[in-house]
Design a protein around this ligand. Structure first.
Ligand SMILES: Cc1cc2nc3c(=O)[nH]c(=O)nc-3n(C[C@H](O)[C@H](O)[C@H](O)COP(=O)(O)OP(=O)(O)OC[C@H]3O[C@@H](n4cnc5c(N)ncnc54)[C@H](O)[C@@H]3O)c2cc1C
Length: 284
């Protein structure tokens, strides 16, 4: 086998070859997907790995399979390809918007969904809250085998996984919900969003919320569900103003993260407005 050498990028021709290469190199190596996060490591003053295993040539990681009850997305599917593939499936509007409005067109043509979920330090990743509100699962693979886990659990364990693993695919159940993604870039397209709200609801014939999932990204270091707001929405007619009022009453449970360009309090302050926008996008 053509194995990686020090300071190299090894282009894996297959999934087993990628897993072998990652396993053999241990903590010296990491997967290389779109490279849009890795290429900015010097800006973040982070050291690069001495070896990368490029996964972009592995055909099965580019597959998107749409079945009646589930959609499966290979980890190397780009944001642009994902947005195009899901454009006609309105129940996935949240994910189409997350993938289709992140960054800018050039980046969307390179950045992958797997990289979006696997990047531990990327608080502003758009697809993470979108997939949380869609109740997605992920499949991770290593030379030792495969494991399918809930995305919420994956987010808590991804930084502690032993070297050698690869995110292989994302599994999203089809529940026919109405969904929306509201994001606030600081200045313009291409910025990382200051805050993100992803929303998925099922409504009865009278427009009452039967079940809801709300997720918040970019406010705290890791995206998470807003369960108290979900509870506040259930049983009531979906109304954008009332949803924003409920969000304003509950926003105190978030501790915003500070950064050079956005103060912590601002990320929390904009949440009710984003909840209003997401609910309004569902026609409420
Ligand atoms: C200027 C700019 C603005 C951007 N704005 C946004 C934005 O607003 N919203 C947004 O969502 N994205 C944005 N992005 C893109 C963002 O970098 C990607 O969405 C994503 O976080 C990285 O994906 P990637 O495929 O490029 O990963 P890479 O850079 O290749 O890898 C990132 C990390 O993930 C690991 N990794 C990658 N794939 C896997 C895998 N399958 N299994 C295990 N580990 C893996 C790598 O080892 C590395 O640690 C922006 C990028 C740039 C350059």
């Amino acid at each position: 086998m053509d194995t990686p050498t020090s300071g190299s990028v090894y282009v894996a021709p297959s999934l087993p070859a990628a897993l072998d290469a990652l396993d053999e190199a241990g903590s010296e190596a990491a997967p290389f997907a779109g490279g849009t996060w890795i290429m900015r490591a010097p800006i973040r003053h982070e050291p690069l790995k001495s070896r990368y295993v490029a996964i972009g040539k592995i055909p099965e990681l580019h597959a998107i399979k749409v079945d009646t009850d589930v959609v499966e997305i290979g980890a190397a599917v780009t944001h642009a390809a994902l947005a195009t593939a899901l454009a006609e499936l309105s129940e996935f509007d949240v994910l189409t918007a997350a993938a289709g409005r992140s960054a800018n067109p050039a980046i969307r043509g390179m950045a992958t969904i797997g990289g979006n979920l696997a990047t531990t330090a990327f608080a502003a990743a758009d697809c993470v809250p979108a997939l949380l509100c869609l109740a997605a699962e992920v499949e991770i693979a290593s030379r030792g085998g495969r494991e399918r886990i809930d995305l919420e659990q994956f987010l808590t364990m991804r930084s502690t996984l032993a070297p050698g693993w690869l995110l292989q695919r994302i599994i999203v159940p089809r529940r026919g919900r109405k969904t929306a993604h509201a994001r606030l870039p600081l200045r313009q397209a291409g910025d990382y969003p200051t805050a993100i709200v992803s929303l998925a609801v099922s409504l009865d014939d009278a427009g009452h919320v039967q079940s809801a999932r709300v997720s918040v990204g970019s406010v705290e270091p890791v995206a998470r569900r807003w369960e108290r707001l979900e509870d506040a929405l259930v049983g009531h007619k979906l109304n954008a103003t009332k949803a924003a009022d409920a969000a304003a009453g509950l926003a105190g449970e978030f501790t915003g993260r500070d950064s050079a360009d956005v103060p912590a309090w601002y990320r929390v302050r904009v949440l009710p407005g984003l909840v209003r926008r997401a609910a309004a996008a569902l026609g409420s």
